[in-house]
Design a protein. Structure first.
Length: 751
């Protein structure tokens, strides 16, 4: 063979190899994967049911191979978990005729979701085997095609994926009415309103058709917990509805007065006839119970009148009731705390409702001691601005009290009137003469609530103070101000939540732990700089994940039949418990770091308060020194900036001549305090800054975060951010002074 011939053969072989590789890169099989949203966390929902939730379309484009025998390989890639088909699992062979598409769905896809055919990472394999659910997160579903005999990939792995989808598991409904343990008035005909709140409307699961299974049972054994008794009796009534309110009327099985009943809601997600498991606890809510009270009708003809920031509620007397109670709370907020006012008359006045908010209320009372009967819900709205109630601030009201009959009993959460101010009692003791403490609402300081104490006071049967003194308190170890949100919404700060966390064990109810971790993350968002917030959020997530792992291991332990299985499950339980405790320690550590920073931030803020106070005083003392400068400035044109804080005027400067002495006197005052002269009431400004300085100046342990009038939480967080970014102290302090100035002006505008 000649050399030339050898070269030709070599070139031909090389050309064939190149062509083969180019042909291989064309991938003879095209794959299209489609997931029908929303996608359930339950993997079995993708291949069971009557309607396909996942479609895989295959097309053999290689006309030189009339029939191509292939197998599929599934991969699921998520933020917290990943699944992939094992190389040596059992998968059916699929013949692909050239040019003819093949579509797979439902049972065709079942082998690829078989747990025995999957490699699992990111989550415990036992967890997936037990519940078949993916953790919450974004996921991408992909299919690859391999040739049967050679195992060669014949599809493009980059184009064989469905668009990413968000998968989540939602909380079951939150029960509202009747409240747990409530006494419901018996009426003939009977009409009881059951109401609950869905908690999945903000997730993709809201796209499912949600129905609610309502179950009512009579509790025969009142000696055990109602939650335990509920599972031992057959349902008295069960129905399904798409609404979140159910009216139990005369058409339903009759209920007997004096009996105790329990009810529960189960949420179900559907598409047509197919049901999807998208709720925690299989969709079951908490169990609520109530007693049907005999012959004790709630008050009728209830009405509310809003005037001057006070809400007067009236009703027709109910002869069988010896005491009335009005319960009220802010409407439209989850877990809003109910507050109450008790009276022996047929009218009450609510003084501590916050302007600009909507409230719901109901009127009830007691026919027998300890059994409260409540009527239907009503509502009222407090106008956004109500300056009329503050017009006599600082003046002693001329109040004449004719009723001198002393009341013999007061309880915590009762409200009394001290002159023109409502006082909510937090702790009270005595009979006829009372000692304790509570809080008083200060409407003109951002609706702050100031702590008060009292000793041996007397209150009449109209709950008016007729003897003794109620005084504000000062204890450097306690917070002096209770915010509106703290009282009305039973809001806890981060430290309070962490105190609750310290007593929390991993075997607590999952919903309790999840609620606490959500509070931690929410408060971290409000209170912490970015770096600390990320650490706190990660620790909270680890706690929740550890709880899930513990519950799964506990179930495996209870179901184990051999010592080996029990030992393995116990080991996982201990690991999860350790992870839970480590996360708790991290939360505590972050909070301690935050508390240290808060001390530094507090020092800076108090310095700013002192300087602002000193500069305001200096400005007053120099009034005569630069009187001439003010006269020359009379020609300055002042215009109001609609975007500025209330009560502030923005100066547009014209050409004026100011002497050196005048100019120096003015320049010695920092910019924020110069603007005090432009504030509509300089005297008011000085009074407020004097009060703030007196309260904080000599305190090293001041709790500025809880000062709602100054929006202390926002101010402290801003300083923390500055400290974390290593900003100069003078720069941070200047920003605080500017903020204080604007805030004081806003407060002064309300006086």
């Amino acid at each position: 063979m000649t050399a030339k011939r050898s070269i030709q053969i070599a070139v031909s072989i090389l050309f064939c190899i190149i062509c083969h590789r180019l042909a291989a890169q064309q991938y003879p099989v095209k794959v299209q994967v489609q997931t029908i949203q929303p996608v359930s966390a339950q993997l079995s929902n993708l291949y069971t049911g009557t309607q396909p939730r996942m479609l895989v379309t295959l097309l053999n484009t290689d006309l030189q191979k009339p029939v191509l025998r292939v197998r599929l390989r599934l991969s699921i890639k998520g933020t917290t978990a990943a699944l992939r088909s094992r190389d040596y699992g059992y998968y059916p062979v699929i013949p692909l005729d050239a040019g003819i598409p093949v579509q797979l769905s439902l049972n065709d896809l079942a082998p690829y979701f078989d747990i025995n055919n999957l490699e699992v990472s990111g989550i415990p394999r036992a967890q997936l085997q037990q519940n078949g659910k993916l953790p919450d997160g974004f996921y991408t579903f992909c299919m690859e095609v391999v040739e049967e005999r050679s195992g060669q990939l014949v599809s493009n792995e980059k184009t064989g994926c469905a668009p990413p989808v968000w998968i989540s598991t939602s909380e079951p409904p939150l029960l509202n009415l009747p409240r747990k343990g409530e006494a419901v008035a018996f009426r003939d005909p009977l009409n009881i309103i059951f109401n609950w709140t869905p908690r999945h409307m903000g997730s993709p699961n809201a796209a499912f058709q949600t129905e609610y299974e309502f179950t009512l049972a009579e509790l025969w054994d009142t000696g055990i917990l109602p939650e335990a008794a509920f599972g031992t009796v057959p349902p008295l009534y069960q129905t399904t509805t798409n609404a979140t309110t159910l009216l139990y009327g005369p058409a339903e099985p009759p209920l007997l007065p004096g009996k105790r009943y329990a009810w529960r809601i189960r949420a179900k997600a559907r598409q047509g006839v197919d049901e999807f498991d998208v709720f925690l606890n299989n969709g079951y809510s908490e169990i609520f119970y109530f007693t049907l009270q005999e012959d004790c009708q709630p008050p009728q003809q209830v009405s509310a009148t809003v005037a001057d920031g006070r809400i007067s509620i009236n009703w027709m007397p109910q002869p069988k009731m010896f005491e009335y109670i009005v319960e009220y709370r802010e409407q439209g907020k989850d877990n809003a705390e109910w507050f109450n006012v008790k009276t022996n008359s047929n009218a009450v006045t609510i003084y501590d409702a916050v302007p600009g908010r909507r409230y719901e209320y109901r009127v009830g009372g007691y026919c027998t001691l300890g059994n409260k009967t409540l009527g239907d819900l009503h509502g009222f709205t407090v106008p956004a601005q109500d300056t009329a109630r503050n017009k006599n601030c600082g003046l002693l009201p001329d109040i004449k009290i004719a009723n001198q009959t002393a009341i013999q009993q007061l309880l915590p959460d009762d409200q009394i009137m001290a002159g023109d101010f409502p006082v909510r009692l937090l702790q009270v003791s005595g009979a006829g003469s009372f000692t304790g403490y509570g809080y008083i609402t200060i409407p003109f300081l951002g609706y702050n609530r100031l702590k008060v104490k009292f000793e041996n006071i007397k209150v009449n049967t109209d709950r008016q103070l007729i003897g003794g003194v109620i005084m504000t308190t000062f204890d450097p170890l306690e917070k002096q101000v209770v915010s509106v949100d703290t009282v009305v919404q039973a809001f806890s700060d981060l430290a309070g939540v962490i105190n609750d966390l310290a007593r929390l064990a991993i075997d607590e109810d999952y919903l309790a732990i999840k609620e606490l971790t959500e509070q931690i993350k929410e408060m971290a968002e409000e209170e912490l700089p970015e770096a600390l917030k990320d650490r706190m959020t990660e620790a909270a997530d680890n706690m929740e994940q550890a709880k899930q792992e513990y519950d799964e291991a506990k179930k495996a332990y209870d179901a184990a039949t051999t010592p080996e299985e029990k030992a393995e499950a116990k080991k996982k339980m201990e690991a999860a418990e350790q992870k839970f405790e480590d996360a708790k320690k991290e939360v505590t550590a972050v909070n301690k770091e935050k508390e240290k920073l808060v001390k530094d931030a507090t020092k800076i803020i108090i310095k700013a308060i002192k300087e602002l106070h000193a500069e305001a005083e200096a400005l007053q003392n120099r009034e005569n020194e630069y009187a001439a400068a003010r006269e020359k400035a009379a020609a300055i044109t002042a215009t109001t900036d609609n975007n500025s804080a209330t009560g502030i005027l923005i100066i547009r400067t014209e050409k004026i001549t100011v002497g050196d002495k005048d100019q120096q006197a003015f320049n010695d005052i920092t910019a924020p305090v110069q603007n005090i002269r432009l504030f509509k009431s300089y005297s008011t400004f000085r009074k407020i800054i004097n009060a703030i300085n007196s309260h904080y100046a000599d305190r090293t342990d001041a709790d500025i975060e809880s000062d709602v009038a100054l929006n202390g939480k926002k101010m402290v967080k801003d300083v923390l951010d500055g400290l974390y970014k290593n900003q100069p102290e003078e720069e941070i302090k200047a920003r605080v002074k500017e903020y204080l100035f604007i805030t004081i002006c806003k407060i002064g505008d309300q006086l």
